[in-house]
Design a protein around this ligand. Structure first.
Ligand code: VGL
Ligand code: ZN
Length: 202
């Protein structure tokens, strides 16, 4: 369909097996995502792209514990292991990911003090990446999401997309979750309540 775009979220080495913030089952997602990429004409890749010493890294704080929840000026934030540092192999796309068809790559999390799970809006809920404007300018109104991690960057992106007025679906079998303290189940419920179609297949 000419008005559809596939949004491939954060298929990067650090989120795959052996990476700094490996998502369980990420390797199995790569062939599923590639199958989707071959089927869609309009492809957007997102890339988590942090400067060294990013505020979301536990190592940036005295006593910072990876996977702990803390309070940032803009609200709650989880501290993560150092990951997806700009220009490092961990920030590169998985070597088997089909990247040639992508028309745009959206990099996010580049502001040192603000994390960005969503590909549309940073975690301060104010700073916009420009992706909504890009998609609207191209007449792409129906968005299909896949990639990593289901319960963080995929879910936050999909929910923001609904709020921005897009028709949204997620291909669950082409995702994998971090599942931190029930986050997988919680975000599936939130996505369903937001009117996101979770019944798509690869
Ligand atoms: C992500 C945690 C931190 C993700 C990115 O891609 O889901 N999660 N940075
Ligand atoms: Zn990140």
């Amino acid at each position: 369909m000419p008005n559809e775009a596939l949004i491939v979220v954060d298929m990067q080495n650090d989120f795959c097996e052996g990476g700094a913030l490996a998502v369980p089952g990420a390797g199995a997602v790569v062939p599923m995502v590639n199958r989707l990429i071959t089927r869609y004409d309009n492809i957007v890749l997102t890339q988590d792209w942090h400067p060294a010493g990013h505020a979301s890294f536990a190592s940036s704080w005295a006593d910072g514990q990876p996977f702990s929840a803390v309070k940032f000026p803009y609200g709650p934030q989880i501290l993560w292991p150092d990951h997806c540092v700009q220009g490092t192999p961990g920030a590169a796309f998985h070597p088997e990911l089909i990247v040639t068809k992508a028309q745009v790559i959206v990099r996010k999390g580049h502001h040192k003090g603000i994390d960005s799970y969503s590909a549309f809006r940073e975690n301060d809920k104010m700073t916009r990446t420009g992706l909504a404007g890009y998609l609207k300018a191209r007449g792409l109104s129906r968005l299909i999401f896949c990639g990593l991690a289901l319960d963080y960057c995929v879910a936050w992106s999909a929910i923001d997309a609904r709020q921005a007025g897009f028709d949204v679906g997620v291909v669950l079998e082409a995702t994998a979750a971090i599942d931190l303290e029930g986050s997988r189940k919680r975000m599936l419920t939130e996505m369903r309540q937001a009117g996101i179609n979770l019944n798509l297949t690869a």
